[in-house]
Design a protein around this ligand. Sequence first.
Ligand code: AMP
Length: 389
Amino acid sequence: MLNLALFGPPGAGKGTQSEFLLKKYNLFYISTGDLLRKEMALGTKLGREAADIIASGGLVPDEVIVQIIEQTITGHPDANGFLFDGFPRTTVQAYILEGLMLKLNTSLTGLISLSVPEEESVARLLKRGKTSGRSDDNEAVIRNRLHEYAEKTLPVMRFYRDRGIVQEVDGTASIDAVHGAVAAYVDRELSKRLLTIVLFGHPGSGRGSQGKALAKEFGLEYVATGAMLEEEVRSGSPLGARINALYESGELVPDDVVVPLIERKLAEAKGVKGFIFKGFPRTLVQSYILDGLLMKRGSTLSAVIEIAVPTLELIARLDRRSRTGQRMPYDSSTERIVKRLKEHETKTVPVIEKYRQQRGVVTVDGTGTFDEVFAVLSNEVKNGFRNLR
Ligand code: AMP
């Protein structure tokens, strides 16, 4: 999810920038001011409670705000992300927002602070008052709103500065220039988020062909340790010969060979939206290594997907493959196929179980046609993108 909050004194241009951000990033808009005005127009109890406070330029109590904000957020769990305007306005509200975001397994991506000097705010609001029809856009109330802002709302900045997610933008520049600065910041944040998926499944489950197709479709880098090792074997290097001997015996290639290859692949990938790992991690040790490799890039695992295919079907598929050009060195005999499936059972299944307990694993039925399985997997990838924090 992409969750943004627009911050700044009344009249800083938050409403204007909201319209632009909503369109560009397809977010769900939450303006506590608008929500309160709606309650007032409907004459609800909440609206009546807020009316006098708004008219005087004070802040509506946090207890009231939490009700409307919780209703709105939890009512839209499928949103791409939220854009908050005029919220959080107090440090208590910042804590409330943190809790609500956590419930959706997400967090605030950034607080965009539009800075505008006080006199400019007053001038803008007085001008707006001529057409807005808002009773709080008159000078005495404006001064009080700015006073409330300085006293109660500015401290919210510290809360988010401590979390390192504040972006300041000069709100006195032209509307287009502010759009440009805001979009540049959001795009920068988005490009930092990488989708990282581990695709599990027995040999023959279709991980390889599906993984490659998903990578192509979604702009991900396909990291297949098998293919990387294969390349080494084909190059005929001494390392390749060592790998080949291990393949022939159906054993796993040791980590000191695999890990540097993966690290190189991650470092060399440029302009990708993320990574899809196939055939790694294969052991518990490798799962810890993967955590470390991702952490080094400021990333964590986004999703773990397992393609499930019954054993007899796997053996039949691998046997068929052994008679085609797609044959892998280890599926040249039934004995090797069985050994390989056993390796998966004893070493890789515990990794899947660990993920299942820690974070959940999505199991996809791999017995359908390629397109059927691909459609289900694609949905999972889309979910992954949507849930990126
Ligand atoms: P706005 O439309 O954001 O300028 O808000 C108009 C008025 O609504 C403010 O002056 C406050 O009285 C009230 N209000 C809006 N949002 C909040 C909030 N998050 N916390 C407290 N009061 C709010």
